[in-house]
Design a protein around this ligand. Sequence first.
Ligand SMILES: Cc1cc2nc3c(=O)[nH]c(=O)nc-3n(C[C@H](O)[C@H](O)[C@H](O)COP(=O)(O)O)c2cc1C
Length: 330
Amino acid sequence: MDRITMPEALKHTSPHPVSLVCAQTPTGATNMAAVSWWTYLESDPAIIGFALWREAYTCELIENTGKAVLSIPGEALSDITLKCGNVSGRDVDKVKEFGIDLVDLADTPVKFPVHSRLAFTCTVENKVEVGECIFFICNVDEIFFNENERQLFAWGGSSVVAPLKDTIKSRRSIRSYDPSKPVTREQLDKLMEAAMYAPSACNSRPWEFIAVTKREILDEMARVHPFAGMCSTATAAIIVVAIPQEGRPEGYYPQDCGAATQNILLQADSMGLGTCWCGVYPRDERIAHIRELLNIQPPKIPFNIVAIGVPNEAPEARGFFEAGKVSYRD
Ligand SMILES: Cc1cc2nc3c(=O)[nH]c(=O)nc-3n(C[C@H](O)[C@H](O)[C@H](O)COP(=O)(O)O)c2cc1C
């Protein structure tokens, strides 16, 4: 094992839940700070804790009032949460400046954002000085929940605030990439590893992979394949090469190579990379072009091209469940 620092450890345990700790100012306004260092401490009675930097305005307010709301922000607050973590309420009225709509309940002294997935209204029970922070231990008075709000997490330490990706539902074919951002050898290895974890008939693993980052080859693939124009901005591609099976699993290689290809797509999406699956097999002309370009000798067959790169577009998710395509035999 390697010896690492605390900021590195934070990155490696990424993503963390992120909260907005809200407090009331002396004028009755609301201030809030982004706080990743919060935790459940006890369920009955309900107790939570959070650590706040001693110099934070929110820390001072909670010390004075003994009241706080820990909001788990929803997706609409992703940019705002990051902003609330980078400026102080001593300098800016965050609610006004960032246009944060607040829930105003008569019986809770501290207001919190409307777009909260959860909100724990709480009363400080105890506090512990921890380095430059104060760790507040709070009795939870009430908990509010709105299931329509998607939870946010802090990624890469605390530099990005975003929801967890539901890779299967959010993945889309990407046809425009940032040509200045290369795909690394480590990333390509990870994608091909994912491919090789796919199931195959009789565990025959009828595949090989060619990882291309050479610009001329990517451009040539864009030229010879009628639907692979995006390879001209992609900074890498993986060519899935099928090796037709003999014996018992004969004929299953298209399914096996398809499963391996889908694993590449999903793994890439989870790593923030975009992909586009460009079919080569079973079109004889495309097979011939790619065979020649990459010197793939029979019986091996260039099966498809997966264009890869850092996305330059973010198309909306569009898959959906179609009940009419499903039947049951109970
Ligand atoms: C994602 C994220 C998480 C943060 N987590 C914490 C935390 O757990 N504790 C803390 O004291 N500050 C944390 N910060 C920094 C505070 O939010 C920041 O100091 C804020 O500007 C304080 O605002 P205030 O002076 O209005 O209270 C975090 C910042 C970000 C962006």
